[in-house]
Write a protein that binds this ligand. Structure first.
Ligand code: CA2
Length: 147
């Protein structure tokens, strides 16, 4: 069975509780439940994790090798700063998709830079919580086409 790791970075545990004008009203628990029910309809396995700690995210990416077929990563603010996460994705040879709730390119200049973008198959941003389903679809499409 195809297995996808959905990994969420710092502050995403606060989703739905603050800044709803930017990130919406959906909580991370809602997103997790939606990913789980979508996975069920698709007949795949989705593992959902969140950490506020860069090293824990690196560990989760390392552990994905041989365990998961793909990684969907919303690295939060680490997207714009973390060479460690970029190196981790590059080292595991598991295809990854970068995901953001907001359209980072329509926001502050510092959010336009992404280290993660350099090592992923593609990027989805600006579709709010619906982006998680879009990313799952995109990952399945990528895995089907991959040699
Ligand atoms: O749009 C996204 O998904 C981001 O990855 C979210 C990050 C931000 O630093 C990135 O530039 C774009 C921030 C996550 C913080 O989430 C919060 C949610 C609710 C309340 C406060 C923070």
């Amino acid at each position: 069975m195809t297995s996808i790791l959905v990994l969420n970075g710092p502050n995403l545990n606060l989703l739905g509780t603050r800044q709803p004008e930017v990130y919406g009203h959906t909580t991370l628990a809602d997103v997790e439940a939606d990913c789980a029910s979508y996975a069920k309809t698709l007949g795949i396995k989705v593992t959902f994790l969140q950490s506020n700690h860069e090293g824990a995210l690196v560990d989760a990416i390392h552990a994905a090798k041989g365990t998961h077929d793909g990684i969907i990563l919303n690295a939060g603010a680490y997207t714009h700063t973390s060479i460690a996460l970029m190196d981790a994705i590059a080292s595991v040879e598991v295809p990854a998709i970068e995901l953001h709730l907001s359209n980072v390119h329509a926001r502050e200049e510092f959010r336009h830079q992404s280290y993660i973008a350099k090592v992923v198959v593609g990027i989805i941003c600006g579709f709010g919580a619906a982006g998680y389903r879009l990313a799952i679809d995109a990952m399945l499409g990528h895995l089907k086409d991959a040699p």
